[in-house]
Design a protein around this ligand. Structure first.
Ligand code: S5P
Length: 384
């Protein structure tokens, strides 16, 4: 659809800081605070082919952006290891520079399938992407299902499973009793290396060894493995004070809540997202507003008094710096572009999403700053 220039909703006149205070979704509130802190409403779309390019873009552009958008399936050598892989490394860069990771997965299937795609499989997107998005063509059930999966994941994350493993030796009087102990432990289902790995607690402590020896356990041919688990509240988001330079100064790390954007309008020429579809997206967002942060759209879709969704807008390019009045053309493959001024200033959106305009520039760092400034000026003029 071609977006209408409408009278802008009252929220578009408010500062990001004020909106951060009012937002009920923790991740939306955090994002708005981050925007105010970094004077940035820029999301870079890191559409590159290797993990190395992705990580170096993230690190170099980190200071200018508030969101980094990924298409993990474009990366030929994505490393799926949850602790040392591409997503884990990206997460560390995101914490250090203060930006959110948005996997532009555009889920578009029946509810059951999108839940599995979001939480399972090779990528386990929910584990590392603060934000993802859905193409609502299959219907509202896709949004409901993702919201359910996001809530369940968050609930599980509320407690960290901490696992201690100690390897000792059996009491001299009976090897049988040790066998029983082993059996009991296995019945409890506690010998799960994945859980041990997940929290990094799968280690043998010297203290436990010594304690075992004090308890009268002596060397023997059979050893006992005792695995104990306890549940502890997960740390609340850490700040630079307790996390050093690993977290951007001035804000704590992102909350654990996950967020969804609904693909309500597209930038591509001749797309089939009509008004009826867009209206249904807005309804669905209102129905799931503890999980849906807002939209990928070409105009703000806040309509009712209480709406406080964010809209993130792709299809953004600037004319070259040396000819700022030049017309920005499409990419010849259906993509259409608008300037930050039009997207933020006139259409009332919150975040510009820029891919090739920045990543293909001769100097992406400088270009990202040029976009950041233009986007920010448009916002400041809008709320003035
Ligand atoms: O309507 C849309 C929705 C999205 S998410 N139009 C888009 O272009 N996108 C994405 O934004 C697209 O998949 C790509 O990753 C990015 C735009 O890239 P650019 O190089 O054209 O700025």
């Amino acid at each position: 659809m071609s977006p209408k220039s409408t009278t802008l909703h009252h929220v578009t006149k408010q500062s990001y800081s004020l909106r951060a205070e009012k937002a009920t979704h923790p991740l939306t509130s955090y994002l708005l605070r981050l925007m105010a802190l970094k004077s940035s409403n820029l999301c870079v779309s890191a559409d590159v082919s290797t993990a190395r390019e992705l990580l170096s873009l993230a690190d170099n552009l980190g200071p200018s952006i508030v969101v980094l958008k990924t298409h993990y399936d474009l990366i030929s050598n994505w490393d799926y290891n949850p602790h040392t892989g591409t997503a884990a490394r990206l997460a560390r860069i995101a914490r250090r520079h203060g930006f959110l990771i948005f996997e532009d997965r555009k889920f578009g299937d029946i509810g059951n399938t999108v839940q599995l795609q979001y939480t399972e499989g090779t990528a386990k997107i929910v584990e590392w992407a603060h934000i993802t998005n859905v193409n609502m063509v299959p219907g509202k059930a896709a949004v409901d299902a993702l919201a359910e999966a996001g809530r369940k994941w968050r609930e599980r994350k509320r407690y960290e499973v901490k696992t201690d493993i100690s390897v000792g030796t059996p009491r001299p009087e009976s090897v049988d009793s040790d066998a029983e102990e082993d059996e009991d432990e296995e019945e409890d289902g506690f010998e799960t290396p994945v859980q041990q790995d997940e929290v990094g607690f799968g280690r043998l402590t010297a203290d436990t060894q010594r304690q075992r020896e004090r308890d009268g356990r002596k060397a023997s041919i059979v050893s006992i493995t005792t695995v104990s688990q306890h549940f502890e509240p997960a740390n609340s988001p850490r700040s630079a004070e307790d996390f050093g330079d690993e977290v951007l100064r001035g804000i704590e790390e992102a909350p654990l809540e996950r967020g969804l954007l609904i693909l309500a309008q597209m930038s591509s020429k001749g797309n089939f997202m009509n008004q009826e579809y867009t209206d249904a997206c807005v309804e669905s967002a209102r129905e799931n507003n503890d999980f849906v942060m807002g939209f990928i759209s070409q105009e703000t879709l806040n309509r009712e008094e209480d709406d406080q969704f964010v809209s993130m807008t792709p299809g953004c390019q600037l004319p070259p710096a040396e000819d700022e009045n030049a017309e920005v053309k499409g990419d010849g493959k259906g993509q259409q572009y608008n300037t930050p001024q039009k997207i933020i200033g006139e259409m009332g959106n919150d975040i510009i999403i820029v891919g090739r305009g920045i990543i293909k520039a001769a100097d992406p760092v400088k270009e990202a700053e040029r976009y950041r400034k233009k986007g920010w000026e448009a916002y400041e003029a809008r709320i003035a």
